[in-house]
Design a protein. Sequence first.
Length: 94
Amino acid sequence: MNEEEIERRSLEDLQAVLQEAHKQGIKLVIIGGYAVAAYTRGYRYTKDIDLVADTATRGKLKGLLKGRGYAIRDTEFGIAGQKFGLALPGSRMN
């Protein structure tokens, strides 16, 4: 899978996650590369999705992400998820 395909699939996943989060009452804020691109209307290649959610909905968010095929782990800052199949060979996500 090339960078364009990874980014396209990542954006599709972001849209699906945001729609489902809205349905479940999970308030999310997009940060990172996608937020910079939206704010500046510039282009910056990114394949990861960076979100902020309040701690009260963390369990719901974990369930949502697991349901979308993400492997979830707790971190000192909250949770991290990885969706296999959306990484370039040799990247840190593989």
